[in-house]
Design a protein around this ligand. Structure first.
Ligand code: UD1
Length: 332
């Protein structure tokens, strides 16, 4: 296929470019940071318009990522992620490009899925600052306030975006669904869990925890683990994420958006990740600080079943193996 890849110079985009090219696709990159690809902003309709004629599919990775610093970031998230996607979709419709693969995120779910002994499956409310201040990190049942058991989250769980980034990722999915319905196009949203691997950007206020720990170890500092370190995530290797994008080019339904978790299926706690990475790097062991960020969710663990059944996607890079490579690999 002839593919336009936005964000092709970024961390995930650069791995997607390699996977698509290796599979025989003809890839044109569009990125604000040029460097071997077409320089251009997704918000600029002339940039995409120039590259779209003759393209079979768009793989849209360009985005402003992370949690952000404060509300001053809101216009940028809305502009790059929401407006940028809207411009791209309109240009695709104009040029008759009928297939989209969208980089979405598990952050659209908000807090993960849980079971209450009495009330069954529940979705807890955001954790209260008073609880967090007292070191009570586990969310409680919204019905009876009793402790909950974490469960895996499937793609049909209701969305509950809890920060600006999450809100804009969900908006991208909705816009893509509108576009698919209106044009008969095929849209596939890949909800990435916690992606890590070579070329991950260094520590910034917009970085995920794996990059923060890896940067600390590089500087000879101990990883600082928030809460009690028991919060669960699914750390998925960037080459597996790239393979999921490749699989998504052959999936989906006309006139609809299909969403898939992209995860390893092997959840770990943040404390375990810090310890594994520190051991692999031979650096100082993690320090559990008890600090918290109000916007953080406690556990978010994916069901990888739908991606396996419908995309034929299964992660290959194991946790220990992936962390060993990441500990030594260069950051972006
Ligand atoms: C992260 C990304 C999100 C992305 C998602 C899926 C950020 C800020 N969040 O969400 O954009 O869509 O993965 O790929 O980029 N923590 C520490 N020490 C630190 C920093 C964080 O212990 O120095 C803890 C946090 O309290 C949290 C966990 O690590 O419990 C994960 O944090 P982070 O990677 O920032 O956010 P996610 O919610 O997992």
């Amino acid at each position: 296929m002839k593919v336009l890849l936005t964000g092709s110079a970024g961390f995930i985009g650069s791995h997607v470019a390699e996977a698509l090219t290796a599979a025989g696709h003809e890839v044109t990159g569009l990125d604000v940071r040029a460097g071997g690809v077409e320089g251009g902003d997704v918000r600029d309709e002339t940039a995409a318009g120039r590259l779209l004629p003759g393209v079979d599919a768009v793989v849209h990775q360009a985005a402003k990522v992370g949690l952000g610093v404060d509300v001053a970031d809101l216009p940028d998230y809305a502009s790059v992620n929401v407006y940028g996607t809207a411009v791209l979709l309109a240009a695709m419709a104009r040029h008759g490009v009928g297939r989209l693969v969208l980089a979405s995120s598990m952050v659209v779910y908000g807090e993960g899925a849980y079971e209450c002994g009495e009330h069954g499956p529940v979705r807890p409310r955001p954790r209260a600052a008073e609880d967090l201040d007292r070191g009570i990190f586990e969310p409680r049942c919204p019905g009876c306030a009793s402790p909950l058991t974490p469960a895996v989250i499937g793609e049909d769980a209701p969305a509950d975006p809890r920060n600006a980034y999450a809100t804009t990722k969900l908006a991208q999915e909705h816009l893509a669904a509108n576009w698919a319905r209106e044009t008969g196009g095929v849209a596939v949203a890949l909800r990435y869990h916690n992606v890590y691997g070579p070329r991950m950007p260094r520590d910034t206020p917009y970085s995920g925890v794996a990059a923060i720990f890896r940067s600390a170890l590089e500087a000879g500092r101990a990883p600082r683990v928030f809460e009690d370190g028991g919060q669960r995530r699914d750390f998925v290797h960037v080459r597996d994420v790239a393979r999921a994008n490749l699989a998504a080019l052959a999936a989906g339904r006309e006139g609809a958006l299909s969403a898939y978790n992209v995860a390893s299926g092997q959840p770990h706690t943040v404390g375990e990740m810090a310890a594994e990475l520190a051991a692999a790097r031979g650096g100082p062991g993690p320090v559990v600080t008890g600090e918290y960020r109000l916007g953080d969710v406690r556990h978010i663990v994916a069901s990888p079943d739908r991606a396996r059944a419908e995309l034929g996607f299964q992660a290959r890079v194991g946790f220990a193996e992936g962390m060993r490579e990441f500990a030594a690999a260069p950051l972006g």
